[in-house]
Design a protein around this ligand. Structure first.
Ligand code: F3S
Length: 411
């Protein structure tokens, strides 16, 4: 691998042991994937924040790195943690878990990382431009950055993204290169798609069937307007599609004909690429829906909810009294804006929570006693049985809120 003089100095330890260690990680990854050199990055997004996933070993690793002087040299943001840092007690999170989680966040903060604690950094000011190289490790955000924004990132692991942030570079391979960004599979969708749950169900099917392919979607059935734009409906629907594909498979980039920025290239689809036609979402809904008739937990906001979604929840619960526990998970910044607009009060008055900094998958919800969850997110539905020990129902947001009101899943 070609290294600049500065990179060789980093590798030789001239900028300290922590930088040398980070450079060794970045180069080791590059060697595995035959990267010719390193590429400077403008931003990193680090996953691996919840104490639920890190445990004491992960916490000790981070504290040691921070104590050794590791500091990020590009703007770097953090994925959700296992707690809402402001209202963990009200949510029923045990104090010892919250204490450990605070230590994890402190270790990252000591390295200069901004504790945004969201999987949607693109909704809180970190929105890389077309062609910009970044190192992101949250799979739904990776999908969003590559597909909707046309930025360039591989699906980094948490330590890989952290190492890239410390040296300000990542190995140039995979989705940083033009040739790996072309679609190698065409997916024709002939059924109607209406809700975010439908797009998630489609993503679940495609991810399971195609693994880590780069699909080009051609929508031939009715869909809402998918034109992207901040907080727009189209962006939220495509986000649901990408998050589910990255969960059930490992799709890190997809194109949508006529919509996503790189799909306009006439040669985006590789010659001879196989074609899959999807005419029904039935298989996905059957796989993701459990048998329980009751619902005692409702989760909205995976990926983290937009202001528009919070507004919709507030409208639906206004004047209601919820029977099931409701979490609308979002970033701290978005929650503060929702609070200013009165939507947090609406949701709390009904008995729900607008939860910041965490989500149903990375919080220790298995400790809260919930057994049957409704969600509008195929990604949350995919992970909840294994991560939270819950049976699941997947459906549109309005149906989920109805379940929060009645405590039952009504077809
Ligand atoms: Fe985000 Fe948690 Fe879903 S990190 S994408 S809300 S699983």
């Amino acid at each position: 691998m070609r290294l600049t003089d500065e990179e060789q100095a980093m590798l030789a330890g001239e900028q300290g042991a922590a930088v040398r260690q980070a450079m060794e990680i970045v180069i080791a990854l590059g060697n595995i994937y035959h990267a010719p050199d390193l590429v400077p990055i403008t931003h990193a997004q680090v996953a691996g924040v919840s104490y639920k996933n890190l445990g004491n070993a992960g916490l000790a690793f981070l504290q040691e790195w921070a104590d050794n002087g590791a500091r990020v040299r590009v703007p770097t943001t953090l994925n959700p943690a296992g707690i809402d840092t402001a209202q963990w007690q009200a949510l029923g999170i045990p104090a010892d878990f919250a204490l450990r989680q605070a230590e994890v966040i402190a270790a990252y903060t000591a390295m200069g990382i901004r504790h945004t604690l969201t999987c949607t950094p693109y909704q809180v000011g970190y929105r890389p431009a077309l062609g910009e190289h970044v190192a992101w490790s949250e799979s739904s955000a990776v999908s969003f950055a590559n597909s909707i924004l046309g930025a360039r990132t591989n699906r980094e692991g948490g330590p890989g993204a952290l190492a890239a942030a410390i040296v300000g570079r990542t190995a140039r391979y995979g989705l940083h290169l033009d040739e790996f960004r072309r679609a190698n599979h065409c997916v024709i969708v002939t059924c109607e798609l209406r809700y975010e749950a439908d797009f998630g169900a489609l993503g679940y099917l495609v991810g399971r069937r195609l693994g880590n392919a780069v699909p080009l979607f051609r929508f031939q059935g009715d869909t809402p307007d998918l034109t992207p734009g901040i907080d727009g409906q189209g962006e939220a629907l495509l986000r649901a599609l990408g998050a589910a594909m990255a969960a059930s498979g490992a799709v890190a980039l997809y194109h949508v004909a006529g919509i996503t920025p790189e799909a306009s290239a006439t040669d985006v689809l590789l010659p001879g690429a196989p074609v899959t036609t999807i005419s029904s979402l039935q298989e996905a809904y059957a796989a993701l829906n459990g048998p329980a008739e009751f619902v005692d937990f409702v989760s909205i906001g995976c990926p983290h909810a937009t202001l528009a979604e919070i507004a919709q929840v507030a409208r639906l619960v206004r004047g209601e009294t919820l029977r099931a526990r409701l979490w609308v998970t979002t970033s701290r910044q978005t929650r503060e804006e929702a609070e200013r607009r009165g939507w947090v009060r609406d949701i709390e008055s009904a008995g729900g929570f607008v939860v910041a900094d965490t989500c149903v998958v990375v919080a220790p919800v298995e400790l809260l006693g919930a057994r049957s969850m409704a969600t509008n997110s195929a990604k949350a539905a995919f992970y909840a049985p294994s991560h939270g020990g819950m049976s699941v129902h997947l459906g549109p947001l309005a149906q989920c809120i109805r379940a929060a009101v009645t405590g039952r899943w009504e077809a």
